[in-house]
Write a protein of this length. Sequence first.
Length: 321
Amino acid sequence: MRKYIYLFAFGFLFFSCNKQSKIEREVEKIPVTMKVYRFEQAFFNATPQELAKVKAEYPDFFPNEIPDAAWVEKMQHPQWRQLYQEVEKKYKNFGLQQTEIEDLFKHIKYYFPTIKVPQIYTAIGEMDYLNKAIYANDKLVIALELYLGKDHKFYSEFPTYLRQNFEQRQMLPDIVSSLSYRIVPGSTNKDLLTLMINSGKELYLKDILLPNYSDAERIGYTEKQVKWCQENESYMWEYFVSNKLLYSTESKLPNRFINLAPFSKFYLEIDNETPGRVGQWVGWQIVRSYMQNNEVSVVQLLKADPTDIFEKSKYKPKNNE
């Protein structure tokens, strides 16, 4: 009997790998060429007398309410110039990143042919960690100051749970997150299950669009945090169910289990051992189960009602005891 189980497992693995290889061959055929505009280089290499020229070339980067004097001060400020120098050390040549982003958009065009391929704009901003990469149809803006490496001296005041994702490798997952805001339909329902499954849809996009990334990289966890979720999946699910949280719209639940946070809040002694956003991780597993147990396309998944996804997912976390 064990022999047949091994043969079945091997056959399933072979089928999955073969299917993935076929997809990758089709993806490679899709023509994608993106131009890169280096706003930060144009800005910090310009003199105050050349500011008008830079503004004419990059009008979207200059809000009307900010006077020219503020831009000149920024252009000459020692700390801003030091930040620019650090960015230049790492990203003076953006060729590798351009190739990776073009490959990402080949995958995006494979699954979503109508998506517009943008031009790439690099910039240095105010360290807004909620907007590290912004997809806006014809433009993809990447804030390079947030991809210098988690141990960079400029990040010393950021907490570890944020700093751990200030890595170059997180650039593509951040782009997919920004894209998902435009292609994952919103929902008027605000119960925990809906929030979990909508997060799961975004993370499933990372499964298919970033096939060479690990689960830790896709969700922005450490490997240790992923292992904790895997080992405690059944306990988390039991907690949500027994406390009747799945269909609750209690206002504190997003901050406890969905939003960026140093840890999740079960109000138990183990809280400090948990990663933040565990609701996202559980929602991801529900969506994966749904896609495994139903013949639906990715587009159909994104349109599907979260409750319907849950009911058809046959989700049942394994008990690790």
